[in-house]
Design a binder for this molecule. Structure first.
Ligand code: SIN
Length: 533
């Protein structure tokens, strides 16, 4: 089946839905998402969205905090433009119906009345939030707007398999130079049918890839699909070695991890070892509010030194009513584990959280591939550098998606080639399914063990050789069997894992989220530049 729209949006987080809403004024839009609309990293975002809103704050300070947190690898012009767009676009979210927490409970929804919290790496309180479910609040507003919009068609439970480019089309009518995108082949996971989604412009807003690590804070859908598809189609990826580990993921031996927002430390939470010692003073002048890479490495070092698996986040010094009011979601999750965080310390350990790198793009989401935009975690536009400042991710996704939707090229005339239907294979070898299930697990454990917070070149090389074999096995299965969601995801995970390792091997220094024990120092002379593959 072939669907035709002016705009195709792949992914339903803040970036995808903001782009969809904006371009719906110019034409028809298809939003394709792998699970249900809510199942995305935006919905998981607890802390908030950073912007210099407070009268005592300034763009200059937010810009400097961002640049320093990113270990001076971010692009100053990009940082300035994104940060300066923040307040107006937060206002846009409020107009769409996002209910941020306010200083007082009156109906005043002006920016001046937003309550602001503190997070690591920031020199001021500048994070706007909606209790501890900021992302969910934003999603509710955006989804309501999209559902009510007659120009937007929503397709849930569909995974994009491949971007439609020159690679797929027969160029009988003449050579088409460069790489262009005319939509995507999309698998309907309810019935395993592959459809063509044809569009003048495609926005890839598929989020990150932290599922390539066993311990991560992300939803199951975060398998790097967009990054992998763009790479396979010929786009460049940048800064893939900078995988950010969140310092405080809930730890328990027998359950899946979940995020304990950095805002808990922002409001006074203290990291302690199991004997109660508050160790962060030993690592950074900002102690518990140091940038995320510093805190995660400190925890990792202390745990390794002691042979322990977790430390504590002690929030008991925060008044109980304030703690419960600001963090109701965390409160209920912890209660379900038998923990009352107003009286008990929370067991935590670092977990993979966010990809600072991604598909190389401009601040307008423009990529190497004509007609293809990217925005959000899938993209690398130059904001984060080597390590993202807390709560800058929703901001980046919002600004870049908004810019992309207002980019002049959305009005381009696009000529479509004839796009052949997907070559469907009937055969599906159940017997070899183990190639997928087994390798998916192995990718997670190799990345966790060999390509984690502290890396060595020797282990990176071991990991690379194993991952290349795994990719070949998966790709072989993919080429010879009917397509399935898990196969596409596992292929994508292998592609991204290899990109992370190759990028890490090419940076022989330590900077931001990339720490190499063979080269523990930063080397500005040789490596103050992006890693591009
Ligand atoms: C958090 O609430 O700690 C996560 C926010 C972020 O990743 O920026």
């Amino acid at each position: 089946m072939t669907y035709e729209h002016d705009f195709l949006v792949i992914g339903s987080g803040i970036a995808g839905l903001v782009y969809a809403l904006q371009v719906s004024r110019m034409g028809s839009v298809a939003v394709v998402t792998k699970s249900n609309l809510y199942d995305c990293n935006t919905d998981y975002a607890q802390g908030g969205i950073a912007a210099a809103i407070d009268a005592k704050d300034s763009f200059a300070e937010h810009i400097e905090d961002t640049y320093q947190a990113g270990a001076e690898l971010g692009k100053r012009q990009v940082i300035s433009q994104i940060i300066e767009s923040g307040p107006a676009l937060i206002n846009y979210l409020i107009e769409l119906g996002t209910d941020f927490t306010r200083k007082d409970d009156c109906y005043d929804t002006s920016l001046e009345n937003l309550s602001l919290t503190m997070e690591g790496g920031h020199t001021r309180r500048r994070v706007a939030y909606a209790a501890d479910s900021t992302g969910h609040q934003i999603m509710e507003a955006l989804i309501a707007q999209c559902i009510a919009n007659p120009a937007i068609d929503i397709f849930e439970y569909r995974i994009a398999i491949d971007l439609i480019t020159q690679h797929h089309v027969v160029q009988d009518d003449g050579f088409i130079p460069g790489i262009s995108c005319w939509g995507a082949y999309v698998l309907d996971t309810d019935n395993n049918r592959v459809d063509i989604f044809r569009a003048k412009k495609t926005m890839m807003a598929t989020g990150g890839a932290s599922q390539i690590y066993v311990h991560n804070t992300n939803p199951k859908v975060a398998t790097g699909d967009g990054m992998a598809m763009a790479r396979l189609a010929g786009a460049r990826l940048a800064n893939m070695e900078f995988v950010q580990f969140h310092p405080t993921a809930f730890w328990s031996p027998d359950s899946e991890t979940f995020l304990i927002s950095e805002a808990v430390r922002g409001e006074g939470g203290i990291l302690r070892l199991l004997d109660g010692y508050a160790f962060m003073e030993d690592y950074h002048p900002k102690a518990n509010l140091a940038p995320r890479d510093v805190v995660s490495r400190a925890i990792d070092a202390e745990l390794k030194k002691r042979g322990e698996k977790y430390c504590y986040l002690d929030a008991t010094g925060i008044p109980a009513d304030k703690l419960r009011r600001h963090f109701p979601y965390i409160d209920s999750k912890l209660k379900s584990k038998g923990i009352d965080f107003t009286t008990d310390p929370i067991p935590v350990a670092p977990a993979a959280h966010y990809f600072c790198g991604g598909v190389l793009s401009t601040i307008d989401g423009v990529t190497d591939i004509r007609n293809l935009f990217v925005a959000g975690e899938v993209a690398c536009c130059g904001l984060h550098g080597a390590n993202r400042l807390a709560s800058n991710s929703l901001l980046e996704a919002l600004v870049v998606a908004y810019n992309a939707a207002n980019h002049y090229s959305n009005m381009d005339q696009v000529d479509f080639p004839i796009v052949p239907q997907w070559h469907l294979m009937d055969e599906f070898n159940e017997n070899e399914w183990v190639v997928i299930s087994h390798n998916r697990e192995i990718i997670g454990t190799i990345m966790q063990g060999y390509v984690g917070i502290r890396r060595s070149r020797r282990l990176l090389k071991y990991a690379l050789s194993r991952l290349e074999n795994i990719y070949n096995e998966i790709n072989n299965f993919y080429q010879h069997n009917a397509v399935r969601k898990e196969v596409v995801e596992t292929r994508n995970m292998a592609v991204i894992a290899i990109a992370v390792i190759r990028s890490a091997l090419s940076r022989k220094e330590s900077r931001g989220a990339h720490f190499l024990i063979d080269h523990p120092e930063r080397n500005d002379l040789k490596y103050k530049h992006d890693t591009i593959i």
